[in-house]
Ligand binder design. Structure first.
Ligand code: G3I
Length: 342
């Protein structure tokens, strides 16, 4: 097979998240890889409310327009991310303390942004990360000021603004049983009330040694029983230890002062490359097994250098979570994913 998108063409879309450098086509190598390997795109940041809607009623559409135009020009399935999210909110919204003003903002924002790109965005992450780890609704500014009806309203306004886009609920960790129950309840309530919801996005920010294939498989089955498609919307596999594993030490200190705690700074040892290949292979075998239920698998970035995991949970790490290295060359994990389709 010559590319990811052609290998998985019969099965599901293969996407990547674009940063501003890709949207403005500043890096030829990157744009070559994007066009060769992927048939779907997501905006890593430019369609979020903070960047796009800095002041009440004032919008900054430049980068978002370029993103949507890039998708159109290259005939890529174009995802909108995201209309309602408690994070990366504009400052004027973070300061709100009245239901009326927040509801007005949310309605106008959805109408304006989803309306502007109606017919050009193929699918919207209408609502992002509205659940706590235990499956209860996140105590965000939206829940606090508007109550749980804000969820239904968001989906209804999105459906009105763009009747043709597929509408998704998107979250991380919803493959885990406790949080999954919350996502199921959220989706079910929308369905029961006759509100349009087409899919659920499992983000897929996972770890190298995390053993969660069973949870993922159960989630695919349970979500699709509700009558929604499942997408893996932000896939990446961190190869670095997570801070929780460092015995409560002050990880910020340790990571900057003791290089032994972070053995993968300069290059990735073969054994880790191999583990990453196996991890991706296991995931894609599972996705293929359930391809009739899966609409799309999107990586959260084009190459390792772009990944947010270099900055989180600790700044200035060197992580290797994706299929292309810092020079945009395919890694062994890329070939292990392609090999499944041979
Ligand atoms: O653009 C500003 C720049 O003007 C400023 O000087 C600089 C200083 O910090 O910040 C820049 O903004 C950063 C932005 O990325 C663009 O690079 C923000 O600080 C930074 O917080 C932001 O991080 C993004 C993060 O969402 C925000 O929560 C990551 O790139 C992005 O990958 C990440 O994506 C999220 C999904 O949207 C939802 N699911 C989880 C996923 C990973 O956190």
């Amino acid at each position: 097979q010559t590319s990811l998108k052609s290998a998985f063409e019969p099965d599901f879309l293969i996407g990547t998240a674009l940063g501003t450098e890709h949207i403005f086509e500043r890096n030829e190598k990157a744009n070559t890889v994007i066009k060769r390997e992927f048939n779907a795109i997501s905006p890593e940041n430019v369609l979020k409310s903070g960047p796009i809607h800095p002041e009440m009623g004032r919008y900054n559409f430049e980068a978002a327009d370029r993103y949507v135009a890039y998708g159109q020009k290259n005939q890529l399935y174009t995802v909108g991310h995201t209309l309602v999210w408690h994070s990366q909110l504009p400052r004027f919204v973070q300061r709100m303390n009245h239901a009326d003003s927040l509801r007005k903002f949310m309605k106008e924002h959805i109408q304006t942004v989803a309306g502007r790109y109606a017919g050009k965005i193929d699918s919207w992450d209408v609502l992002n990360e509205a659940l706590h780890e235990d499956g209860t609704l996140r105590n965000s500014i939206f829940l606090k000021l508007l109550g749980e009806d804000y969820i239904q309203q968001a989906f209804q306004w999105a459906a009105e603004a763009d009747p043709h886009a597929a509408l998704y609920y998107n979250d991380y960790g919803i493959e885990r049983p406790e949080k999954r129950q919350g996502a199921i309840a959220l989706i079910k309530k929308l369905k029961d009330n006759g509100v349009k919801i087409d899919g659920v996005g499992i983000q897929g920010h996972w770890g190298l040694h995390q053993q969660n294939l069973k949870d993922i498989e159960e989630s695919i089955l349970e979500f699709s029983k509700l009558g929604v498609k499942v997408a893996f919307t932000e896939l990446d596999i961190s190869v670095l230890p997570s801070p929780q594993k460092l015995n409560g030490a002050d990880v910020n200190q340790n990571f900057s002062e003791d290089p032994h705690l972070n053995p993968y700074q300069k290059s990735l040892p073969d054994s880790v490359q191999q583990a990453l290949s196996l991890r991706y292979e296991g995931l894609f075998r599972l996705f293929l097994k359930h391809k009739d239920k899966i609409s799309r698998v999107t990586f959260w970035g084009v190459n390792d250098g772009q990944s947010w995991l270099n900055e989180w949970p600790i700044k200035n790490r060197t992580n290797y979570p994706l299929l292309f290295d810092r020079d945009y060359n395919p890694k062994p994990a890329y070939y292990s994913v392609l090999k499944i389709k041979e």
